[in-house]
Design a protein around this ligand. Structure first.
Ligand code: AMP
Ligand code: GLY
Length: 422
């Protein structure tokens, strides 16, 4: 079949890599794609936020299956447009993607189905928000309601920080995303990500992972989009996964269906685990980046079969064939990230790295200039390996990292520390 993947990051490189391994794949096109993706698939320059343009492209290229990677086209209704045109599509409707696009909406869903999550209140004006913060005290969490590229959440350790966040949000710092603010109870514990495919009715867990959001070793420094991940995440034990399915994920899927907006695609549940119990931090309506890289490294070719079963509404007929393995990915970023950074530094040594079903360098922010690979983004490469133990996966990953010659880049050296205990 002919498959179109929308997106251009390390996540989409990993999706393309897995899909390409499946013999069902004839032609694979990624839009817009990137330099790494171009080594294994065709890339097409289309506006992926424009549903009509995506539909036209699919019709012209006889596309049989569309996989939508990032949240922006989902929130913009691209899955609605492709499905309305009769195209088999992996990814939720704009109405269902509100589980990521609106924090207040997700809280209302949790209320309706009694899913465990942080206590909260919603505000559209600054003064009552300030009064609430003073009454609750710190630590407390202030969130812009809408999509703010991961920057709309302030975990305030003091009342002063929380009040300053209110001033910023109602002062327009986050644009329309900050027109409504959710203020939440601070949840202590360990965070992990749980990924579930759902066709609207059936649900199939496809793995757990742990991200490393802080830029520096030992989880220090500012937040980033994610500096590395590994799967599985041992903190999400079988018991806690079951509790999360029973109390959070399945009730959410039923509530979305009951409202007439069934959720189809991957549901990414960010969970906080404390005292052997999970509570919901947030939902995302897409694969995590870089968590997708470790999930795809573990699932390989079957990822396509699972996504097809999701889109065709027959997840009850499939299962995940687990290998007893572990995967780990290290994000290499441009010096300065997540602050200001220079573009254009040269990366050497990538061509000499062995790449196979156990080892891959996924590209997130690279370009080719005069035959050289240069860095064009903050998060640039996702060096990823699989092993029979997490330690083996970690060692294989850093062995590759050490062969990449990129003076303009850096990475964390401690990815996996929570699970490895060193
Ligand atoms: P979100 O975009 O809602 O996932 O928030 C971003 C990050 O802020 C999360 O991954 C958590 O690390 C942290 N966070 C969000 N909400 C809470 C909360 N209620 N308690 C503690 N940490 C939180
Ligand atoms: N790695 C975090 C995310 O994709 O949201």
């Amino acid at each position: 079949m002919n498959i179109l993947i929308l997106g251009s990051g390390g996540r989409e490189h990993a999706l393309a890599w897995a899909v390409k391994q499946n013999p069902k794949t004839d032609r694979l096109i990624v839009a817009p794609g990137n330099v790494g993706i171009a080594m294994l698939a065709e890339c097409a320059d289309i506006d992926i936020l424009d549903g009509a343009a995506v539909v036209t492209f699919c019709e012209e290229n006889a596309i049989d299956f569309v996989i939508i990677g990032p949240e922006a086209p989902l929130a913009a209704g691209v899955a609605d447009a492709t499905r309305a045109a009769g195209l088999l599509t992996f990814g939720p409707s704009a109405a269902a993607a509100r589980l990521e696009a609106s924090k207040a909406f997700t809280k209302a869903i949790c209320d309706a189905c009694a899913a465990p999550t942080a206590a909260y209140a919603r505000f559209t004006e600054a003064e009552p928000a300030r009064a609430y913060i003073r009454a609750q005290g710190a630590p407390i969490v202030v969130k812009a309601d809408g999509l703010a590229a991961g920057k709309g959440v302030i975990v305030a350790m003091t009342e002063g920080e929380a009040l300053a966040a209110i001033d910023d949000m109602f002062g327009g710092e986050f644009g329309a995303a900050g027109a409504e603010v959710v203020i939440e109870e601070f949840m202590a514990g360990e965070e992990a990500s749980f990924f579930i495919l759902t066709d609207g009715t059936n649900a199939l867990p496809i793995g757990t992972a742990q991200d490393h959001k802080r830029v520096g070793d030992g989880d220090t420094g500012p937040n980033t989009g994610g500096m590395g991940a590994y799967s599985p995440a041992p903190v999400l034990t079988a018991e806690i996964q079951q509790q999360a399915m029973d109390q959070i994920v399945l009730p959410t899927i039923r509530e979305m269906a009951r409202r007439g907006t069934p959720y189809q695609g991957v549901l990414y549940a960010g969970l906080m685990i404390e005292d052997g119990r999970a509570r919901l931090v947030e939902y995302n309506c897409r694969f995590g980046d870089p968590e997708c890289q470790v999930l795809m490294m573990r699932l390989g070719a079957q990822a396509l079969d699972l996504m097809l079963a999701t889109a065709e509404g027959r997840l009850n007929e499939v299962q995940v064939n687990w290998a007893d393995d572990h995967a780990l990915t290290v994000v290499m970023a441009t010096q300065g990230y997540p602050g200001a950074y220079a573009k254009g530094s040269q990366i050497r040594g990538l061509e000499e790295l062995p790449e196979d079903s156990r080892r891959m360098v996924f590209h997130a922010g690279t370009a080719q200039r005069d035959g050289r690979i240069i860095a064009t983004g903050g998060r640039v490469l996702n060096v990823t390996a699989r092993g029979t133990t997490l330690r083996e996966a970690r060692d294989a990953t850093y062995a590759m990292v050490d062969r990449i010659d990129w003076p303009g880049g850096f990475c964390r050296r401690d990815i996996g520390w929570r699970a490895l205990g060193d």
